[in-house]
Design a protein. Structure first.
Length: 603
């Protein structure tokens, strides 16, 4: 019987490795830019076409490579970063395995031009599917120029499962941001389809954060800085009022490397307990500096999961540092100018004569001598119609109605409801119906009403718009700005009118007619963040997301007192909806307390 175990060819082994290291175009940019940083580059330019499907080009002014090094760099496990196993525990570079270039070359076509400062001529070589096709001397600038074309051209299955260009570009920007936030002393540019996305000059760390995510973030950042024998922590956290439910910028870095660490994220969240609403989070940019021997970065191919030797003590240090930063911010006295509508409390003076309040009343008033009654018997009969003792036939009919769905009985409910409503604790609308007592959540009911209204506006593009006297300015990050450009037509259909001011800033010149009193800047940011989570190509789903975000912001809030006419309008509009029982995200809008259940409770 012949042997069945054999060594795989290098081409097959490289493709298998590429499946772990190179997952999408963003992975290529991450590896090439990190190599450029390790080479000591001070200016790095990234150019992508069709979100990296067609080509990815990374140009740097680093130390370059010799002819031999350029050829050897594409071999598996060929690296200049480490020499022995012990070097894995003293890493000072981004890369170290020597797998990235070999993996990229296995699934793409690469052209490399590189030259060292002391060489008169550089080296040009081309590779296709892991095979060298040409190598020659050339005249080029100092540094390296990688051009990766037709990614996954020899792995059709991988290429077919790439997402849309907008989704892949968002991943590219996310990978790009994680690198540029670590190296503020390096200038970066990013171009997509001949359009400039980022142009980041060298500067301070805070300036780099503001350049990436927008000027509005500048006023929300609090510095964090602590030095201990175990680790050094510095960076910035957001003020409590900058907390958001979605789209929060949260970054951890250790020794210049981006990492995901839910355990440390809990430390930051713990420091803001009772300072931010439940479910909301604050932005943070935290940088750890620890002894390389105390961490292990070689536990995942993407190197984003890092193991710490002293996690619990560092957790305590991080929480204390954040608390101290927030505490110092809160110690600064603030002047509150928002006094409109507040009661005027006089200043107490010791010699001031206090008068006893007097109660005025009419001694001749007798409520039993009024000629007109408060209400007529016919009105009382209308109000309590259907609330008398049910017969056996009524009980049987009630049991049958319990088995029917809420949607099929909407018309009957509307025909049987009482015209008089009661608002309970500013949250629920209660009204009598034939089968019992109907309880409606006023906020959720209004969400359903507005959602269907906004969906009709998006489909017909006939929304009422209202000009604003003083246009508001919305500052977005680069990723949010790209998403806003893609949903601009949908926003126009809902009644928004935006004009670009440059630098990812937009002026809001008009808003939908029913959004008075709503913070438009927060609303637009939430709509953009929600749109980022949905593929732009799925237009129907995107419309539902935008309509739901707007409905939540514009709906009647809990605690708002409603008149009977207003409650009547909410009830009538609710039962005119296609689905009156549930909100668009599946939450119950109403329930009916059956007559039989009420009698059972009162036995």
């Amino acid at each position: 019987m012949s042997d069945i175990i054999q060594l795989l060819p290098d081409s097959v082994a490289n493709q298998i490795a590429a499946g772990e290291v190179i997952q999408r175009p963003a992975s290529v940019i991450k590896e090439l830019v990190e190599n450029a940083v390790d080479a000591g580059a001070k200016n790095i330019h990234v150019i992508v076409v069709d979100a990296g499907r067609t080509s990815i080009q990374v140009i740097d002014d680093g130390k370059g490579m010799s002819e031999t090094d350029a050829r050897l760099s594409f071999e598996r496990h060929a690296t200049s970063k480490i020499r022995k196993a012990d070097d894995l525990f003293a890493l000072h570079t981004m890369g170290f395995r020597g797998e990235a270039l070999a993996s990229i070359a296995a699934v793409a076509q690469i052209e490399l031009k590189t030259r060292r400062p002391d060489d008169e001529l550089g080296t040009s070589l081309t590779i296709s599917a892991g095979k060298f096709t040409n190598q020659e001397a050339c005249s080029c600038a100092v540094g390296s120029n990688f051009k990766v074309e037709n990614l996954f051209f020899n792995v059709p299955a991988r290429r077919k499962f790439l997402k849309s260009n907008s989704t892949e570009l968002n991943h590219i920007i996310a990978a790009f941001e994680r690198i540029v936030l670590v190296y503020p002393d390096v200038a970066f540019t990013l171009h997509s389809n001949d359009s400039e996305v980022f142009n980041l000059r060298r500067g301070s760390l805070k300036q780099r954060i503001v350049d990436v995510f927008g000027k509005r973030l500048n006023q929300d950042l609090l510095p964090v800085d602590v030095e201990t024998s175990m680790c050094d922590i510095h960076g910035f956290v957001g003020k409590p009022e900058s907390a958001r439910k979605k789209g929060v910028y949260q970054y951890f870095f250790v020794n210049g490397r981006y990492m995901k660490h839910p355990y440390f994220a809990k430390a930051v969240q713990t420091a803001f307990e009772r300072l931010v609403p439940m479910g909301e989070q604050v932005p943070y940019f935290i940088y750890f500096q620890v002894n390389p021997e105390d961490i292990d970065v070689n536990i995942h191919p993407t190197k984003t999961e890092i193991k710490f030797e002293n996690e619990q003590p560092i957790w305590q240090i991080l929480m204390a540092a954040v608390k101290e930063s927030v505490g110092m911010f809160n110690d600064i006295p603030a002047i509150d100018f928002d006094t409109e509508g507040r009661p005027d409390i006089p200043v107490f003076t010791q010699n001031h004569q206090v008068e006893v309040p007097k109660v005025q009343y009419n001694p001749n008033y007798n409520p039993f001598k009024t000629e007109k009654s408060i209400t007529t018997p016919s009105q009382w009969e209308d109000l309590y119609q259907g609330l008398s003792q049910p017969h056996e036939e009524d009980v049987f009919a009630s049991q049958q109605s319990e088995e029917a769905t809420m949607e099929s009985s909407n018309d009957n409910v509307m025909a049987e409801k009482s015209p008089i409503h009661y608002q309970y604790k500013g949250k629920y609308i209660m009204t009598a119906v034939k089968s019992g007592l109907m309880i409606i959540d006023q906020y959720r009911a209004h969400i359903r009403i507005l959602f269907e209204q906004y969906m009709r506006q998006l489909q017909t593009r006939h929304a009422l718009s209202q000009k604003v006297l003083f246009p508001q300015t919305v500052q977005l990050s680069t990723v949010e700005s790209l998403t806003l450009d893609k949903i601009q037509d949908d926003l126009d259909g809902m009644g928004f009118e935006l004009s670009a001011l440059g630098g990812n800033s937009y002026a809001v010149n008009a808003i939908p007619a029913e959004l008075e009193g709503v913070d438009i800047t927060i609303l637009l940011k939430e709509m953009v963040v929600a749109a980022m989570e949905k593929p732009i190509d799925m237009r129907t789903d995107l419309h539902e997301v935008l309509a739901l975000v707007m409905a939540r912001k514009a709906a009647i809030p809990y605690g708002q007192v409603l008149s009977n006419d207003e409650m009547e309008s909410v009830v009538n509009n609710l039962f005119a909806c296609q689905n009156a029982s549930y909100t668009p995200d599946g939450k119950n809008v109403l329930c009916i307390l059956k007559q039989s259940e009420i009698e059972l409770l009162l036995k």
